[in-house]
Design a protein around this ligand. Sequence first.
Ligand SMILES: Nc1ncnc2c1ncn2[C@@H]1O[C@H](COP(=O)(O)OP(=O)(O)OP(=O)(O)O)[C@@H](O)[C@H]1O
Length: 534
Amino acid sequence: MEPLDPRLVRRSASVRRHLAWSVVLGSMTAVLIVVTSWFVADVVASRFAGEPVVALPLGIAVAFALRATIAWAHGVVAERASVRVKRELRDELVDDLLDPRRLGPRPESSRVMTLLGPGMDAFDGYVGRFLPQLALAVIVPGTVIAVIATVDLLSAAIIVLTLPLIGIFMALVGLMTRDKVQRRWAAMERLGRHFADVLDGLVVLKVFGRRQEEGLRAVGEKHRKESMRALRLAFLSSLVLELFSTISVALVAVSIGLRVVEGHLGLAPAMFVLLLAPEAYLPVRRVGTLFHDSTEGAQATVDVLELLDHERHTGSISPPVHPAELAFDDVEVRFPGRGTPALQVDRLRVSPGEFVALAGPSGGGKSTALHVLLGFLAPDRGSVRVGGSDLRDLDVTAWREHVAWVPQVPGLVAGTVRDNVTMGLRADDDEVREALDAAGLPFELDRPVDENAADVSAGERRRLAVARALLRVRRGAWLLLLDEPTAGLDAAHEYEIVRAIRASGATAVVVAHRPETIAAADRVVAVAAAEEAA
Ligand SMILES: Nc1ncnc2c1ncn2[C@@H]1O[C@H](COP(=O)(O)OP(=O)(O)OP(=O)(O)O)[C@@H](O)[C@H]1O
């Protein structure tokens, strides 16, 4: 894992600004380190030799105060940057998930939850502490070594030779911890996923007693173990880093001491070098200590960038306002990691106003075909055209205005029946009533509806969604996409719905298993992956 992902720097102006500030403040820190060391060395050497002191105590105090102020300012700038970067990435992620132009399968919600929660918190350590220290670790040793070289070449050489050892050691630690960090991150994601699943299946859990409780405990325990392992490594590696730099400073000190005793080096320059030498190692050592703080943030960065890295619709052609022909040619959709295509359609034409039933085995790709028409997925091969224009080239948001969709499990919003039919469309009560009647649902408009559908049956939920779709058709949508709208309905209700679909005049593509619906269609198209579609 890289200490700083270049993609993050390219993407985020806040990170770039933060780095620029870190360079400025780091350079000022480097200069002040040299000045304070020189002041202190001068005071000690002059006192020792009984000469007048050049550096006034006031000057030393001011220099130290300035150094402390800059360190504080650096901290403040870094914390602010961390908050800003977190907010930016969070917003970007949420906007991206809600973006109608987003293409491809949705990420698991537990992954998103882990990223938006603990993942973003890891940025405090990464952007807030690690990155500023990284800037110091580059600037300060460089400056210090250059200054020491002007006073005593041998000491500068010792530092130049020993400093890379710390870097090599850190790289080794990085290699060793990479797997551990990924394992810890995976454990955290698993914990999040498990927890989300448990919440989802709370009712089922009650039936199964305490079994999941043990499961949760086991996943939590795994997370704890991975965390302890990461911590152990963090403590051990910082111990070794300390040891390395202490020995290196001792080397400088011994060589200086010997030369002072032999009279080859004056006391003032010796003191100056001796005070400066540890300053060359300190920021590098701190980076090593903070490295563990940063790995989770770096991992979260990779994860966020991966989530944001996908295709999106860029087409801008206005879709046809009136029913137009739909054409599938040589279409294939594949999901990553699956050997066989999820959908394969060699040729399919749907005329305006036609009622086409999609039939075929479970898993054959019928829902996937609807998702392609909705613009949720783009075919990996072939083309889907609407009135002659490739679906990719259409303005997808405008296209969806012309589509009414009833998914396999329609979503509900907390509110009334009216809210659930209109879904934000302006419609008077008569129109809502009419749509409900057409869907065969005699509900009061003001009847409350629970978003979890606790107070409606599965069939009522579907009919509510059909009413919603029919209202959309009245409002200009000309393509009805229905995913098993009559599943679980009795024959009378099914007949009513099929009749309403026909009466709407829209082009209808309906996924159907039931013979009654299939019989009522103008045409039946068999959809089966790896088989030729009619
Ligand atoms: N997000 C996804 N990631 C990976 N594979 C997927 C995804 N969605 C669907 N699939 C796979 O694609 C294939 C087609 O799925 P699809 O839901 O289109 O089938 P279907 O014909 O509608 O099935 P059913 O009649 O059971 O609803 C299946 O093998 C399914 O496992």
